[in-house]
Design a protein around this ligand. Sequence first.
Ligand SMILES: [Cu+2]
Length: 445
Amino acid sequence: MNRKLIPRKYSRRDFLKWGVRGTLGIALAGSALSTLRPQQAVAGTGRPFLTPNPGPVARPDGQTAVRHLRFGATDGFLSLPGRRVNSPAGGVYMFGFVLGEVTDSIGDFIQKYKGRVRTPAPIVDVTENQDVYITLTNLGFEQRPDLDDSHTIHWHGFRNPNSVFDGVPEVSISVPVARDFPYFFRPRDEGTYMYHCHFEDTEHVQMGMDGIVFVRPQPGAGITPYHAYADFSTAFDREYTLLLNEVDTIPHDNLLAVQGFVWSDYKPNYWVINGRSYPDTLYTDLDLANEVDAVAAELKNRQPVSSLIQANPGEKILLRMASLGYEQHAMQMMGIRMRVVGQDATFLGPLAYDTHTIYIGPGEARDAIFVAPPYNPNLPGGTDAAGDYNVYWFKNRNYQRLVNDREPGLGGMITQVRVYAPNPDNSPSLPTQEWPNQTFPRPTV
Ligand SMILES: [Cu+2]
């Protein structure tokens, strides 16, 4: 046992307890899955990820509610400018994760989602001390049925006392095609983290098997789910997860064409936020639901997580940023100062700093909060279905990453912050956010 891996505030007794619960969990999750009601009805609701986190629910033993989630691993195609799925060039071949129903049989799950991957992987929104079970089903690859790659879920950056559930195949279990494995996980320290497949990870991570997971602090003593950390200085009104990545389309094309790739030749030609590159970063949930154009129709079932940041004047906006690309990025907020309160799921406390530029390396996370400025009709802006707004740009500082391969014009890792004019009676025009990255106006279901 490596003592350094165990957070100091837990005793060896706790450690043993979790191990026992975890082992029981394998047996329990296997037998109980069929009798549980689905808590995560997502397909068809327009929600591209997990339903709102119910937060901790008190149980007689003082612990919090158990949550069951179902993930599938499979392949599919990404839609990027210059690489539309319904174009001669075709979409970019991807691996990744999809969200299913806990009650689905393996066969039903394969039938529904094999070959229909989502990018990024589902956002996992959990609260400190919740018991979380994620059953991973390997749905197989539709385009490469000859590949019998296994998959795992690795909790990147978490102190995990049990390697069996940490998804590193060399020291635990990986999930073969058409099999299930229930991961058990009890988040202990709040903050923004990542998860990714750890099987042939250089390839599988670049191919899209990565997502953001964040842990809300245990509510109490004035701390609510609207605090990034158990500290009042981290209060927010709206939150956006922004997963940064780059894509080198050559290994993706090679995989589809049953060819190899030398990873030292990695040279990205697309830069994405939540799997989207500009101008796709500006599409709202409503645009996708209404399939306002051919691009929205492609994004709807491929890259459903919005990268657009909306705010009412005066609101505190939390950006949960993480990078699972292989390059370092410097992200600039033009005209709004951000306060970085968390780094790699650690509350910075007195070391929190104000900045216009956030530096973030591969496998790193940052929590930044900014206060939306007042609406000013004289500043640059526009109008969309949610009303009149001012525009502030959030972009990669490196202009070479503001392109889409060889397409003309602006592209890549850039999105907008839109600050909306209040209603005539001065009330805020955007309603309360019900889940992270939700944009307005909300689609009618
Ligand atoms: Cu994998």
